[in-house]
Design a protein around this ligand. Sequence first.
Ligand code: FE2
Ligand code: FE2
Length: 413
Amino acid sequence: MPNASIAINAGPLPLGGGLLALLRPALDALEVGGVLALLSSNAAARDDLPTWCKVEKHEYLGCEKVADADRHLIARGGFNLPRGEREHGLRLPLRDGKLMAADVLATIPHAATADPATGLAPRGARVEPGGPEYPFTLNERDRVAPPDVAQLYDQAVAAQWNAQTDIAWAKIKPLPRALETAVGQLMTFLAENELSALYLPSKFIARIHPAYVEVGMFLSTQLMDESRHIDVFLKRARANGGGLGVSSATTSASLHSLLMLEDFTEAAFLLSVLGEGTFLDLLRFIEDHAPDEPTADLVRRARADETRHVHFGMSHVRHALATDPSLYGRLENAVRKRAATLHNAGGVPAAVQDSLTVLAARGTGPAGIARGHDKFAELLHVMHENRVKRLITAGFTPEQSQTLSDLHTPNFM
Ligand SMILES: [Fe+2]
Ligand SMILES: [Fe+2]
């Protein structure tokens, strides 16, 4: 009889009464061909074990009497052997009592390509062969997962806020009608754009291979953020009598061209780098000219969330550009195509432009309106300048950045 590398004692347990719960994990810990010794005082096991081994494709090597028990020897077979190494001794570090997703990613890094046949198995699990191929289409790390995505997810989890209780709604006081109407119009425009940022990432989540689950998890935090933004902007529109304003055909055409995107990198670029990037400046403008502190606060909070979404987009694009030299041409094409569809749509919707002017004027006095008008013109300039800076940071040349920013000009989002 060969030597066993593991021994277990099953006492009187019958095969159908718990013995397998000891035997199967013990065999699982062995290499193929490794030998297990099983001590058993159950007489029926003498017949049951060889039969079970035959069905499970393990090799039953025989049995010898030891004191008042049987010592069965079994060599581990390779049937249905899960692929990969079992995780041994993996212990995530505590950081101020917290466990971080970034530490999981650091421990089990993203593979360059993912196997569609591993299905929904969490990364790190050993996968039995024989499962079906899943229809994921985002199976390449460099087209899906920027290196800092898990850190962004951890930050997003820590930064969630509550639109019911974190805004001092009771502090909103009556405003002149024209100003409140302008606030209502701006909140309508913001909410409509937020809806595009809810819908566009959501259509990619189910295409992402679970090997890059942190990307889906991060995008889910974005969906929660955008939901909260829609909620908080619609609440502000209706909190003080302003009510909703107009949804313009220009905005609709602009957002439609975003929603039609089918490439994840193009979507991350157009939505998060150009659109949400430009939105940072719009939100800053509304915050700076907000008529009351709760309005400034809710816009400031939304901007903090948007900064994270922009960071994800920039990181995604920078990483993809560095690994795919043909990407710039594709992205420029996507921006050109979008600009062409908006050729006749005109620039910023009139109602939005007027409302931003009234907001910056703090009312409708002609002197204030003149100032508001100048501030609006300055906003467009600031948006362009910051867009170029962001594009350079995302890995484009200054010339490319200038071209892309000019093409984006008719859109805010
Ligand atoms: Fe948002
Ligand atoms: Fe966003």
